[in-house]
Design a protein around this ligand. Structure first.
Ligand code: G6P
Length: 356
């Protein structure tokens, strides 16, 4: 059945593999024979178009998917978009624009922190949409609109396929609202093929995880722009299941403090897929390397250099997060196995947090 581990030792590995469901998602949101959208109500599109600002609200990994989605909404719809952590927004609501539209992101649809925000938003009379994996959940029922992530059941505590599914559905939605020239259906289909290529190279990430992380107590993920957005998710994956204290942050911030933490052998994973900032990130990598860091560079093909640990296939730069996150998920998985820990059930964590 769908919730059976089958041949897999852990749900997390199964769910990493299932990320190529992009193709299925596309078949649900686009007509077969052309690039016309289906299953997104016209009312949703017009409600978003009527907004002067979008507020994405979420927790955990879903919040990180929002950081990526913000780029799609801003780039393709031209509507300024803010991303907020639900537990903060609930008790420290920022000053809103005249015509806000709320987008809730959630795997479970039951996260209490996000529900608290939705309650407040409904009381204030603002329109809302929930993108969730579990439909007919509290967040999907109580928002004005809901769209499914179509990732299939996610069981492992560490979220993987829900993250990529959120990015895909955000992209499809932003593209449907906007008037960009890119052939998103085709670009996403190409991306799905490349996701599979990476997933089929698990041994490479097992080797990287064992080489870079065995015996280490801390690690860093750095990147700029969309790579910074993925860096925080990559760091969360690694720390939450392997218990290696990992920070993910904008590479340009290194020099403002964090670089003092770099010691001989400190693992620093650098994500390098955005051409505008590739030169700067190369410089930042050189700075940590000069202080003894073990730099592990995951680069896009056209930006790759000799010595990079893994070279990702090239897809549209905006869609690179769908590729970049997979090595991070697999590195987290193998680092955790290497420590003989239960990948699917990290201590102190729950799959769905239904208390505030
Ligand atoms: C929990 C889970 C995380 C998840 C977060 C938000 O903390 O362990 O994996 O990202 O809740 O959950 P949601 O279901 O709202 O996406």
């Amino acid at each position: 059945s769908e919730t059976d581990k089958g041949v897999y030792p852990y749900y997390m590995l199964k769910e990493i593999d299932e990320q190529v469901i992009v193709a299925h998602t596309l078949s649900q949101y686009y007509f077969d024979d052309n690039a016309q959208i289906q299953n997104i109500d016209d009312d949703i599109i017009s409600a978003i178009k009527a907004a002067d600002r979008l507020y994405i609200v979420a927790a955990g990994t879903s919040y990180h998917a929002g950081l990526v989605g913000k780029r799609y909404f801003e780039q393709w719809t031209g509507i300024p978009t803010e991303v907020h952590i639900s537990s903060e927004f609930a008790y420290d609501q920022p000053l809103l624009s005249q015509r806000p539209f709320f987008i809730f992101l959630s795997q479970s649809g039951e996260t209490a922190d996000s529900r608290e925000v939705l309650d407040n938003v409904v009381k204030q009379g603002y329109p809302s949409l929930t993108l969730a994996n579990v439909m007919n959940s509290t967040l999907t029922r109580e928002a004005n609109f809901a769209l499914p992530l179509l990732a299939g059941p996610e069981i492992a505590v560490a979220s993987t396929k829900a993250y990529t599914a959120q990015i895909i559905v955000e992209a499809i939605l932003a593209h449907a609202v906007g008037n960009s020239q890119i052939d998103l259906k085709n670009e996403l289909a190409k991306t799905a093929v490349e996701m599979q290529v990476i997933i089929d190279q698990k041994d490479e990430f097992k080797a990287i995880a064992e080489q870079a992380l065995r015996g280490q107590r801390s690690a860093f993920y750095i990147g700029r722009g969309l790579d910074a957005a993925v860096a925080v998710e990559a760091a969360l994956k690694l720390k939450e299941i392997s218990y290696i204290q990992t920070e993910g942050f904008a590479a340009g911030e290194l020099k403002h403090g964090t670089i003092s933490l770099i010691e001989e052998g400190t693992p620093v994973f650098a994500l390098l897929t955005q051409s505008k900032t590739a030169g700067l990130v190369r410089g930042e990598i050189a700075q940590v390397a000069a202080r003894g860091a073990n730099t592990i560079i995951i680069s896009g093909k056209k930006l790759a250099k000799k010595g990079d640990a893994y070279v990702l296939p090239d897809v549209n730069e905006l869609l690179m997060p769908l590729l970049t996150v997979i090595p991070a998920q697999l590195i987290a998985y193998y680092a955790t196995l290497d420590r003989n820990l239960d990948v699917d059930r990290p201590r102190n964590l729950a799959k769905s947090v239904t208390v505030q």
